[in-house]
Ligand binder design. Structure first.
Ligand code: IPD
Ligand code: CA
Ligand code: CA
Ligand code: CA
Length: 273
């Protein structure tokens, strides 16, 4: 891809993230409907859908030939038919949006032939814009992010999601995380995978692990962590897909092997392998 095309895509992704974030903040102060998607712990609001439509409209106005994979499925086409695919989560952290009115973000990524080129995560409540371009580094409000610190598992501040639910309990995964939590310095659970991965890129957290995330949850965050110098794979150590669900492990590279070995060892101890 030409440098000028990449630059234009980046500018559009940044503009979309900012205007989507502003729209969600504005709509948060007005009445909106909240529905259950699959259960009481899986919410969707009218704002999620409005914001997604707003972003899709802006993208297709400039690039009608591009495809979109968005959580709310307001794009009609089959995302796998397109060479250039935008992977969007209009509001990552809907539960936080509804309950806390903070700790949610817009996540926008651009993939070309399956390769992650651009990742943007915008936190409108704090006006924090995280962005990364493949080969050009990761940035927070224009300041370069680089993971240069050496971290051991014992010193790590980790973050997780999904683990504390019924499914995790049935699979014995909660035991692995319980063990991990007693091994590391601290464990956090913020409720927005996109923000949590952005915080790993920024060094505010040393690592993030999740049993299962959708492509739109990690689409941008994974590019941010990699461009900051971190490592991102599935929990089994495999490369992440760009259009499917996966477990996710994103961390400072200096303790990646230690974390991976610890998780694999815990799986064996829990009888999962
Ligand atoms: C959710 C958040 C949460 C993660 C869930 C996601 P949503 O996204 O990223 O942190 O644990 O798996 O579904 O539904 O708020 O966009
Ligand atoms: Ca959701
Ligand atoms: Ca999400
Ligand atoms: Ca969402």
């Amino acid at each position: 891809m030409q440098a000028t095309t990449l630059e234009a895509l980046k500018e559009l992704a940044l503009d979309c993230a900012r205007s989507a974030g502003e729209l969600s903040l504005k709509r948060m102060k007005q009445p909106y409907t909240v529905e259950y998607k699959t259960s009481a712990s899986d919410l969707v609001t009218a704002v999620d859908q409005e914001v997604e439509k707003h972003v899709i409209e802006a993208i297709l106005k400039k690039y009608p030939e591009h495809g979109i994979l968005g959580e709310e499925r307001t794009f009609a086409g089959d995302p796998r038919q397109f060479e250039t695919l935008w992977v969007i989560d209009p509001i990552d952290g809907t539960t936080n949006f509804v309950h806390q009115q903070i700790n949610f973000a817009v996540s926008i990524a651009v993939y070309h032939k399956g390769e992650g080129l651009i990742g943007v995560v915008y936190d409108p409540s704090r006006d924090e814009m995280f962005h990364a371009v493949k080969g050009q580094g990761a940035y927070l409000n224009g300041e370069r992010l680089e993971l240069t610190k050496t971290v051991t598992l014992e010193e790590a501040l980790l973050c997780t999601s999904v683990f504390w639910n019924k499914q995790a309990e049935q699979m014995g995964i909660d035991l692995i995380v319980k063990r991990l939590a007693s091994k590391v310095r601290g464990m956090r659970l913020l409720g927005s995978a996109a923000l949590e991965m952005s915080y790993v890129a920024a060094g505010r957290l040393d690592g993030y692990v999740s049993l299962s995330l959708n492509a739109w949850d990690f689409g941008a965050g994974r590019i941010l962590v990699e461009e900051a110098g971190g490592r991102v794979t599935s929990m089994e150590g495999k490369p992440l897909p760009f259009d499917q669900k996966s477990s996710v492990m994103a961390c400072n590279p200096t303790f990646y092997e230690e974390l991976q070995n610890y998780i694999q060892g815990s799986e064996t101890d829990a009888g999962l392998t």
